[in-house]
Every structure is written in structure tokens, then in C-alpha cells.
Design a protein around this ligand. Sequence first.
Ligand code: ZN
Length: 308
Amino acid sequence: MVPFQLVYSDGYYLPIGPHVFPAEKYRRVRDRLIETGVAESSDFLTPEPADDRDILLVHTPEYVRKLATGTLSAQEEMELEIPFSPELVRAFWLAAGGSILAAKCALQNGVSINIGGGFHHAFPDHGEGFCMIHDVGVAIRTLQAGGKIRTAMTVDTDVHHGNGTAAIFGNDASVFTLSIHQENNYPMPKPPSDEDIGLEDGTRDHDYLDALEVGFLRALKKVTPDLIFYIGGADPYREDQLGGLALTIEGLQKRDRLVFEHARRRGIPVASTLAGGYARRVADTVRIHVNTIVAARDVLLQQIPAGN
Ligand SMILES: [Zn+2]
């Protein structure tokens, strides 16, 4: 059992056929959490798809209309890099609903994890890089519009830069964006985040963790957000097919702990999403994501003195 709520739906499955994106990972993470006794079925909440009004807080009416009517151009579908279908649209609406629910739960319990989402390459007017709808952007905007938070920070540790996040919040002082990523990788170009940490190819655990801690603490000196969204991609892993960093599974779990601990010491709630993960063995990707939930649990259960 975990001391916070997990958000999951079987509807997170992306109907994209054989693909480098392991669409079954969501269900496998959920199953492994249960099998290993980390979580019980009562720990899970089932989200509803986001309301169109919430999606429209981030995305343009024209783009939402194209998705609803299945009228993306061939170029737009190519940029998305996953095959369009009405079922796919529903899965992304559901992921956004899940991130909204996780954000609300995090405000109540300190932490909540959406076993989905983290689609940080989606822009207001188009999708790309397997990301149709920016669930994290939608969740932040929805909570702001509802008066539940005023400010937020995104901490994006996916191996790929959070270009959609930077584009959505680029001119918005209420949301601080941090991205730590492999510099020499998709996307190109990278619109600027508030804190960008671009790492060299092959960066290993120690250097990665140092750079993340320095950047995160620098960000926390500038702002104390009402909520942190942790986009904890599994793809900085050394055996990832789409990543070129060299983190171990242990290093990735230290990364997760680092984020949860520094937030906890400051009393800042954290909502987390899975984002990318393309390890040669899907079981590795699943394990890395499960470890994020374990790290959050351990940090929440331990006594951490206030301060830094
Ligand atoms: Zn990625």
C-alpha cells in the first residue's frame, strides 16, 4: 500500500500497433505494482477523460476540432509519429484527465502519480513525438483556472527536451519550466525552458545527479511553486533505444528520490507522470517507472527535517 493515490485506467493503452513506444507499459506498471506488493488495488483511482473546456485552456480550437473530426493533414499526422484514430484521441483525453486528477490528489496528500501521461512534446496547435495532447499543461491550467493553485513548476527528466512545455509556458511567469535532457537529441530546435540542462552524450549517474540537483536547487531559490509536476521519463536509461545518456536503473531511482526529497523538505506537493521509455527490454522500462512510485513512497514515509 502506498501513502498516496495512484491514477490509472486501462484506457491509457495507445492503439498504435507495433511501435517503438511500448503502449502496454501502463498496464504492466500497474500489474507489477500489485504483484510486488508495492500497491493494492484500493490505491488506484480511475480518471475520466478531460473536459474539452480544460483541453482548450492549452490547445487551440482549430487543433481540437481537427482531432475531434479526424481531419489532421498527412504532414500533421507524420509529425505526431503515431497513427491517428478516434480511439487514440480518447486515450489522450483520458491521460489529460488522469493528470488533472493526480494534480488534485497531490494537493491533498503531498504526492500523487499518474501511471500515464507526460506528453511533453505536444504544442497548443499541433502534436509531435508521440504526444497529441499536453496532459501536464492541461492539468496546470485547469487547476489555475479553478483557483486551486496560482503557480507551478515542471521538472522534466525525460531524456528528450520538454519543447511543448517550454512553448506553452514560455511567456508565463506563473509556471517555471525545468528540463534536463540530452542536448544532442530530438527535439531540434529546443525552445527555451526557464532552466535548461543540456547534457552531453553518454552522461552517467554521478554527473547527471549533480547537474539535476544544482539546477533544481537553483530553480527552487527563484520560485516556490504551489505544485511541482515531475515528468519522470524512463529514457535516460543507458539501454534506451531513443536516448543517448548512460544512467543505470539505480541512478534513475536516485534521480526520483532527489526530486521527491527536495520538494518534500519544502512542503511542495508533487504530481508525477511517466513520459517516455524505450528500453530494449520493456521489463526494464516498467521497472524504472515502478521505482518512481517506490521512491515517492519511501520519501513520504521517512522523516525529513525541514530546510535543505
Ligand atoms: Zn523521451
